[in-house]
Design a protein around this ligand. Structure first.
Ligand code: ZN
Ligand code: ZN
Ligand code: ZN
Length: 356
């Protein structure tokens, strides 16, 4: 905070708060806010009825609860005191920020992520192990899917999505964050909402799923994996496109070494996909950081010159999408470390073909 000339850090709903103090605020209209002054004094403003949920850590923060008829903005203002610059959590509700700006008209507000992202994005050894455990659980579900252990033909995308979710929980996740199941031409939409489409023989089925798994301290770390399955032998053009994707994704994983700029990792695979004639069909960035949030820094995208450091954890997930026909994506979670890229997911990277 001193380096960045921030006088006070304000954390409300979102992933910063549990990361720094172990308490996750309910995403509700009552204000929860950790007020951290530059000298290290930290006070957690919390609604009285939610105070029993707080695991007290007196060495880290004090609890200041407010009653239903109190004015929590006024309470926060009094704790903030007279400051010039405040960093406020990016996911804080706009309503609270607007109200704080009204009572603190001279204060400059900045995004807390300027402070918190560099800390959160570099994982320590224990965090890497938490990510590894979550990735391994999702990987087991993926391996089962690829082996034909999850019925596809004749079921709706929504039914398969629900089963993927149940299996994530059975493998040790506490929360399912998403389970995209996209069949046939629906797979050309990267964030397709699984629906009533019944999966048919001859279709590709793209499955992208992940959840949150609690570690020993009760802090949740996320998984995220994408694998494609083809029902029956794939047509040659789809199989060829998959080979391009497979090679591009492997090259990007290999390029994710310490010191490499994030945008270079993106470029490596994008160039290979473009070279094969699919330049216009890879319509998103290569990947996103992952940790206590499913998407966080660092983003593997053109324009991000950040150089990978040991402990950066992120997805590598290029895709090729042909509107009206099909879509393909292949996603792993990778940690940059001194010995090279550590790929946390190792279920088969080839296009799985299951009996029609
Ligand atoms: Zn996505
Ligand atoms: Zn994913
Ligand atoms: Zn992802």
């Amino acid at each position: 905070m001193a380096e960045q000339a921030v006088d006070v850090l304000l954390l409300s709903v979102g992933a910063d708060l549990p990361y720094f103090c172990g308490y996750e605020a309910m995403p509700l209209e009552r204000l929860t806010m950790l007020v951290v002054s530059r000298d290290g004094d930290a006070r957690l403003v919390v609604p009285r009825l939610e105070a029993p949920r707080v695991v007290e850590r007196p060495s880290v923060f004090d609890v200041v609860s407010w009653d239903e008829t109190d004015d929590p903005i006024e309470l926060a203002r009094s704790l903030i005191g007279s400051v010039t610059t405040a960093a406020i959590g990016d996911h804080t509700w706009a309503g609270f920020l607007v109200d704080l700006m009204k009572v603190l008209p001279a204060v400059e507000f900045r995004r807390a992520s300027e402070l918190t992202s560099p800390l959160r994005s570099v994982k320590d050894a224990a965090e890497v192990e938490s990510l590894r455990a979550a990735a391994a659980a999702a990987d087991r579900v993926a391996a089962d899917l690829q082996a034909g252990g999850i019925e596809l033909v004749g079921r709706t995308e929504a039914q398969v999505s629900a089963e993927l979710g149940r299996r994530l929980l059975a493998e040790g996740h506490q929360r399912v964050n998403f389970a995209i199941v996209a069949a046939g031409d629906n797979a050309a939409s990267p964030h397709h909402e699984p629906g009533e489409r019944v999966i048919q023989p001859g279709e590709v089925v793209l499955c992208d799923f992940g959840g949150t798994m609690m570690d020993a301290d009760g802090v949740g770390y996320c998984s995220d994996i994408t694998r494609c399955v083809h029902v029956g032998e794939p047509p040659a053009d789809l199989a060829d496109a998959y080979d391009v994707l497979f090679e591009a994704q492997a090259a990007q994983v290999a390029a994710a070494v310490v010191g490499q700029a994030c945008q270079e990792v993106d470029r490596v695979g994008r160039a290979m996909i473009a070279e094969a004639g699919f330049g216009g069909n890879f319509i998103h960035r290569t990947g996103h950081g992952i940790g206590t949030e499913a998407h966080e820094d660092p983003y593997i995208v053109e324009g991000n010159c950040l150089e990978l450091r040991p402990g950066h954890a992120f997805s590598i997930e290029p895709g090729i999408y042909l509107p009206g026909r099909w879509g393909l994506r292949l996603e792993d979670i990778v940690v940059a470390n001194a010995d090279g890229p550590d790929n946390l997911t190792d279920s088969d990277h080839r296009l799985a073909v299951i009996d029609a």
